[in-house]
Design a protein around this ligand. Structure first.
Ligand code: AMP
Ligand code: GLY
Length: 439
């Protein structure tokens, strides 16, 4: 039996662990806080310790004779966890430090796209001080501004005019804050359209698509409220979106292939692992919002449960550089709704009891993945972040959404979620928005 170590403690890692076990892995888990789902899947073969302590991770791998490692979150990736593990002769799913810069540095990514003339790029400029900031705001126009810190911000550092910034002064103040924090930043043009997530599997040369997903970043219904890590996501049975065609996907995929080749040309390192493309379809074509060097959370919960191909074979393809292009997914729609503690993200209610009717969830056929919750005895409690992802899978979106809703009904506590995720009404709103831009 293949011994696989998963690193990470969230719902993304829970669903990765499930896919590994489904393919016959003997699962081990290394996590900075205990995920009850991973604890069960790995039958207690776990270590709860900082995911940034590479020495401990390597020692744990050696002690348990781990065959390969899957790294879930970005934080250890951007500081070289894969390099450290591979130096010890243990294969690893995830990009090495140079390649992980696609997520770790927005300046690196925009420069790369510019240098290699990759068409999904948009106008942007790097800043290290306030010098020339005013000029660039003038050049783009106040209303067309997005400010992004260079490094990882857990989805919370990006500020968009009209959403978080409402005047030139707001923009200047935010830039000033970043300068004070000694954080380099970029100012880029604000684009308009519909966002989609294209998660790919990459073995250094081949880039293979998984079904398209759309995430919902805003905390409240109708896309209002503060930005979050993502409140839910859906995918369609044809693996597209009604407003994103196969041509659009091909364009984005071609873009990602060029980026993977550019990373190799620029750094000498082959990109391996998962590459997450956050794109927007605009009147000027497909444009890049961001890359992540890992699977998405919640988006991993949309694609992995419907993967038909053996996941260990996929991992071996990534490791050996011979990933097959015919990786199969069921033609099912999926809807993931995240339950979060009341008050999330601003002032979440932590240490609150969450009651889960597991039998009823099973009857309904809804799946659930633990995120930031902890187990004490037999009971589950909230922390300060998203709690549980509930997933419905069916032949069409409407049925998948119903299953997710019924699943949510089996879980109670001081929690909230977005009822509108995956509904036909919200889907129609997206279609109308895209049509209004394209006409
Ligand atoms: P990110 O953390 O880079 O995913 O950005 C968070 C959100 O900000 C994205 O999901 C978009 O909705 C929005 N955003 C980021 N960059 C842009 C941009 N250049 N134009 C418009 N919206 C953007
Ligand atoms: N769902 C967005 C992310 O994983 O970054």
């Amino acid at each position: 039996m293949v011994k696989v170590l998963i690193i990470g403690h969230g719902a993304r890692e829970h669903v990765i662990g499930e896919a590994l076990v489904r393919s016959g892995a003997n699962l081990y888990a290394f996590m900075s806080s205990k995920n009850a789902g991973l604890e069960d899947l790995s039958q207690g073969r776990i270590k709860v310790h900082s995911e940034m302590d590479f020495k401990e991770i390597i020692d744990y791998c050696k002690l348990n004779i781990i065959d390969f490692v899957v790294v879930g979150p970005e934080a250890p990736l951007v500081v070289g966890i894969v390099d450290a593990i591979e130096r010890n002769g243990i294969p690893c799913i995830g990009p090495r430090i140079e390649a992980a810069q696609l997520e770790g540095s927005k300046i690196f990514t925009r420069r790369l796209l510019e240098k290699y003339k990759i068409s999904s790029n948009i106008k942007s400029k790097n800043f290290y001080s306030m010098e020339n900031v005013e000029n660039y705001i003038k050049e783009l126009g106040v209303e067309n501004i997005v400010v992004k810190p260079d490094g990882l911000t857990g989805g919370k550092g990006v500020k968009v005019y009209g959403d978080h910034l409402f005047s030139k002064q707001d923009i200047l103040d935010y830039c000033q804050t970043l300068v004070k924090q000694k954080s380099p930043f970029i100012i880029e043009e604000k684009i308009e359209g519909e966002e989609f997530t294209l998660q790919t599997l990459v073995d250094g040369k081949h880039v293979v698509a998984t079904p398209l997903v759309q995430d919902h970043k805003r905390a409240y219904e109708d896309d209002t409220g503060p930005n979050t890590g993502g409140m839910g996501s859906y995918s369609m049975e044809d693996h597209l979106m009604p407003f994103i065609t196969q041509n659009d996907v091909d364009e984005a995929l071609e873009d990602m292939r060029k980026v993977v080749a550019a990373v190799k040309a620029e750094t000498g390192v082959e990109y391996k692992g998962f590459l997450y493309g956050g794109y927007m379809k605009t009147v000027k074509g497909i444009k890049l919002i961001e890359f992540n060097s890992r699977l998405g959370d919640p988006e991993a919960m949309n694609v992995l449960p419907i993967l038909k191909t053996d996941f260990i074979d996929v991992c071996m393809g990534i490791i050996n550089g011979n990933l097959k292009s015919n990786i199969e997914f069921e033609n099912k729609a999926t809807v993931c709704k995240y339950l979060a503690p009341e008050g999330y993200p601003g002032s979440p209610k932590k240490d609150e009891l969450v009651k889960i009717d597991k039998n009823k969830l099973k009857q309904i056929g809804a799946r659930y993945y633990y995120a930031s919750v902890y187990r004490k005895g037999d009971e589950i409690f909230t922390t300060t972040s998203r709690a549980i992802g509930v997933v419905g899978i069916a032949n069409d979106l409407e049925s998948a959404e119903k299953i997710a809703e019924q699943g949510i009904g089996c879980i109670s506590g001081k929690l909230f979620y977005r009822k509108d995720v995956g509904t036909l009404k919200l889907l129609q709103k997206r279609i109308d928005h895209m049509n209004s831009l394209l006409k």
